[in-house]
Design a binder for this molecule. Structure first.
Ligand SMILES: C[S@@+](CC[C@H](N)C(=O)[O-])C[C@H]1O[C@@H](n2cnc3c(N)ncnc32)[C@H](O)[C@@H]1O
Length: 289
């Protein structure tokens, strides 16, 4: 278990070892075992009972800082079925999709369970997260990852193997719907049926064409307020004395985020006052030729 463990390392703890070049290794502590790297081995017994943040030495002399992984570390190093939502985007989703303690959240697809971990941590034990995953093999990966993170089944989590939404249309009750799947525009109407008035839909898409389609689908549905769309870029900085500059490398592109709030039942979105830019619609482009 990683979540909420404190105090000295115990058997069963996940531990992250970081060497002097910033390279990371993850292991699960077991008495009598050793962790082998190309720089020698580290005895698990040297870690069991030590405080977090201790420094251990491999048999070859290399020093490693030992810490329990953060959720951001865990989600990028855990086993994957489908591609995971990166921490920079998960943080945006939790913050700007306003995932609150006690919230009732529907998620599709669960994929590898990375975003499920973030959502579960945000809703807490008093909330509810129902994650839909159409592929049984990916659902298995998601379950293993989530349960390894929380140290067992999370009381607020229901994993449904099947397509979103499994519930009949018209049955509301969700505060948030979070979609990370190929064609979220197909799920706009079912999501609207599931959402409480004032609830929020959040879609994560990889390409600009998907971004356009999902935003237009939300507008076309009429039951949402004007969607917001953005991407988050995270550029690390090298800071050493007076040598202060952006890192040469960054994660250049992951995806785009779209959010929109559910209007009251029977209410349609007021017409937009801002006229679409000339040529914004494909049919206008056609007729201008
Ligand atoms: C990119 S992955 C999701 C990754 C996940 N957010 C994570 O952080 O680990 C997209 C997943 O959506 C699933 N999927 C696609 N359409 C679906 C649907 N209508 N209902 C349920 N799952 C769906 C796919 O099988 C795939 O596993």
């Amino acid at each position: 278990m990683i979540f909420q463990r404190r105090g000295p390392f115990q058997p069963g703890d996940h531990v992250q070892l970081t060497d002097d070049k910033g390279r990371r290794h993850r292991l699960v502590l077991a008495p009598g075992q050793s962790f082998h790297t190309h720089r020698g081995s580290v005895a698990h017994d040297d870690l069991i009972g030590a405080d977090e943040g201790s420094v251990v030495r491999a048999s070859g002399g290399t020093a490693y800082v030992a810490l329990r992984p953060l959720l951001a570390d865990y989600t990028v190093s855990m086993a994957r079925g489908a591609a995971v939502v990166y921490p920079k985007d998960a943080a945006q989703i939790v913050g700007l999709a306003d995932i609150f303690p006690g919230a009732r959240v529907l998620e599709a697809g669960a994929g590898s369970g990375a975003l499920s971990c973030w959502l579960l941590r945000a809703v807490g034990e008093a909330g509810l997260l129902v994650s839909f995953e159409r592929r049984a093999d990916f659902a298995g990966v998601a379950r293993r990852n989530v349960e390894a993170y929380f140290g067992g089944p999370h009381p607020a989590w229901r994993l449904v193997i099947g397509d979103f939404p499994a519930r009949p249309a018209g049955q509301a009750g969700a505060d948030r719907v979070v979609l990370d799947l190929l064609a979220p525009w197909d799920q706009v109407a079912p999501a609207a049926d599931c959402l409480n008035p004032g609830g929020l839909i959040c879609c994560y898409v990889a390409t600009t064409t998907q971004l356009s389609r999902v935003v237009e689908a939300l507008r076309g549905h009429g039951g949402f307020d004007e969607p917001a769309a953005w991407e988050a870029l995270q550029r690390g900085w090298h800071v050493e004395g007076l040598a202060v500059r952006p890192e040469h490398r960054m994660v250049g592109h992951t995806g785009f985020l779209v959010t929109a709030r559910r209007l009251a039942r029977g209410v349609s979105a007021p017409p937009r006052r801002r006229r679409p830019a000339k040529g914004a619609q494909a049919d206008e482009l056609e007729s201008a030729r």
